[in-house]
Design a protein around this ligand. Sequence first.
Ligand code: ADP
Ligand code: MG
Length: 399
Amino acid sequence: MSLPSLNQVTLKNKRVILRADLNVPIKDGKILDDSRITSLLPTIDYLCQKGASIVLISHFGRPKGKITSEMSLKQILPALEKCWKKPIVFAEDCIGSQAQQVAQNLKSGEIALLENLRFHPEEEENDPHFAQALAKLGDIYVNDGFAVSHRAHASVHAMTQYLPSFPGLLMTKEINALSQALQAPQRPLAAIIAGSKISTKLDLLKNLLNKVDVLMLSGGIANTFLKARNIEIGASLYEPSMLETTQKIEKLAREKQVEIVLPIDATGPLNAENFTTINLAHVPKEFKILDIGPETVSLFSTKLNQVRTLVWNGPLGVFEIPPFDQGTTAIAQKVAALSHHQQLFSIAGGGETLAALANAKSSNDFSYLSTAGGAFLEWLEGKNLPGIMALMKSYPDAG
Ligand code: ADP
Ligand code: MG
């Protein structure tokens, strides 16, 4: 089964419901990284040039079915208008009479943005009635949210039952780039997995062992491995309920001859003003590991010199607070240099990961940046993503 293509359908004077991932990282009202917005531009331009109008839908944050002003999509409207150079109409709800009116009034080439899908609990419940209410707003459904396609939510899954459904240009590009790089990757293939979403990411590691030759870990994930190896990690972030899981992963890795590389030194606060770097053999009880230290940077760098393909998800330290961005920055610059000289094919993905690479000023040299974190890892594991599977079933009126 293959994906249908947008060029199979007449778009002129059609209303396209475009599911995008506009869940951009925001701090104090400022967008930290706008790659999810800029990367949608080709789809927006394509649809407008073909004479369609666009009803844009997305989630934002995790409001869990409740309306909260901090999670309103309205706050990113100016950024969309600026990037796409078009005025955009906003509807205060994603379904119902106002949304319908806004959608109906759209003329060819015009765009409307609807309020956060997750203000309705039915979105995450994959509710068919909610999907139907959304489907009423357009003639064609386009999914450009690769980053959310690992979730069977109404706007990516149930939705496809009610309208001719297609992947957007960004979705197609992401899938092609990842397939090209990872279906028959140049080996050795390494993964760097770090960050703070410990349980989700630890669950993925077991399947990743079937794909990769080397696994470099940091952040809360590495801490959980260290703890399970009886190495003192002081007051650092880890997941107590996952200690046994890490032991199973270590055993499986030995069987599959996958090398797991853990940090050997760390940087953390000594007190409010000072920080220090220590060897992980001597961590005091009150110490918090907030970044990898220079010896780990060299260790990871040596491994990187030996691999040909790298996938990276998760910042290696608390990069938002300098100097704990130094480890991530050093490794990002190393990967960028190797990629620049064609010695390494590097793919990175994840909300905070992209922000950390931008902070390291090394984004441009990566071979490919994916907007997705979780979806990218599940795709890498070899899982069928529900949002993509849903696009593959043929719809009677498509084309
Ligand atoms: P992504 O969004 O790229 O998938 P995550 O959401 O899993 O990544 O994790 C990102 C967060 O992990 C960052 O905000 C960073 O501060 C945090 N982090 C990284 N290392 C540590 C650490 N050692 N202790 C606590 N938090 C960490
Ligand atoms: Mg994150």
